[in-house]
Design a protein around this ligand. Structure first.
Ligand code: MN
Length: 129
């Protein structure tokens, strides 16, 4: 792990701060946006190693944004973790079926966040080499 860039798309200020603080303490670089539209722009311009994507956002939602990322040649392989309050098993299944690489439920657990991010980055690095 060497300061990978992680894009955080989250409209809730408190969650965004928690995500940013934990990831920065762990040595990652972060860039944050409040909307999916801005997030897509940043993803295309900066090609982050990982995206944390809130599902419920003003304007375009996280599932539509994932679809856009997967449709782009440069962005299709970036791992994307869904961040959502939809913790019911059925909704979790729908989110994984949509093509997210993993899933974090709100309220966020710091331990789970750290483990999920590390796991996602490790498996995407493994794929590339
Ligand atoms: Mn939200």
């Amino acid at each position: 792990m060497a300061g990978e860039l992680i894009l955080i798309v989250e409209d809730n200020e408190k969650n965004q701060k928690l995500l940013r603080d934990v990831l920065q303490v762990d040595g990652y670089r972060t860039v944050e946006t409040v909307t999916a539209e801005e997030g897509l722009e940043v993803a295309r311009a900066q090609l982050p190693a990982l995206v944390l994507m809130d599902i419920q956002l003003p304007g375009m939602d996280g599932v539509a944004a994932l679809r856009e990322l997967r449709a782009g040649t440069a962005t299709r392989k970036i791992p994307v973790i869904a961040v959502t309050a939809s913790a019911m098993p059925l909704e979790r299944r729908a989110i994984m079926d949509a093509g997210f690489d993993d899933y974090l439920a709100k309220p966020l657990s710091v331990r789970e966040l750290r483990e999920t991010v590390r796991k996602c980055l490790e498996s995407s690095t493994g794929e590339a080499s």
